[in-house]
Design a protein around this ligand. Structure first.
Ligand SMILES: [Zn+2]
Length: 173
């Protein structure tokens, strides 16, 4: 196991649609990448992490889904597709590729996501609230979309000037 380097905006890998994971790639190497992504996510204090955020331009993300007790279920979503979404929620959102930046983002309240597991078997999950927000945020990463693109123009302007300030002071590499 090893921690991976998280790339920060505006690294081009974050702005490029990622390629699907192909059938012959469901192997121990993929499982090791996923394990390293989980470790990296936990170490960075995130709830989700997409492959492009660690410089791997593939359609894949990992996420911790809170259980009914204090447990967190680790789920890897390979080749994810949001097949249904409804409702609306508005909350502050952050991103490990935008260190220190939190901004209000509107998202759907509920999603049904379909993806492959590590064995290449399709599964579906029906999620709401933070988990739904996380799936939408991470699936966007697979499409080369960052949460800046989901902000209102006003909020995006505020976020961009904050990023510029952080870059000038060397707090953003
Ligand atoms: Zn993110």
């Amino acid at each position: 196991m090893s921690l991976l380097k998280i790339v920060h905006y505006p690294d081009p890998v974050l702005l490029t649609p990622a390629k699907p994971v192909t059938d012959n790639e469901f192997n121990p190497e993929l499982a090791a990448v996923v394990e390293n992504m989980f470790e990296t996510m936990v170490a960075a204090g995130g709830v989700g992490l997409a492959a492009p955020q660690v410089g791997i331009s593939r359609r894949l993300f990992v996420m911790g889904i809170p259980g009914e007790d204090d447990s967190v279920r680790r789920v890897a979503f390979i080749n994810p597709e949001v097949i249904y979404q409804e409702g609306e929620q508005s909350d502050e959102e952050g991103c490990l590729s935008f260190p220190g930046l939190f901004q209000l983002v509107k998202r759907e309240m509920r999603v049904v996501v379909r993806a492959d597991d590590l064995k290449g078997e399709r599964f579906e999950m029906d999620l709401t609230n933070l988990a739904a927000r996380c799936v939408l945020h991470e699936t966007d990463h697979c499409d080369g979309i960052v949460f800046l693109d989901r902000m209102s123009p006003l909020k995006r302007g505020i976020a961009k000037s904050k990023i510029k300030r952080l870059q000038k002071t060397g707090k953003w590499e």
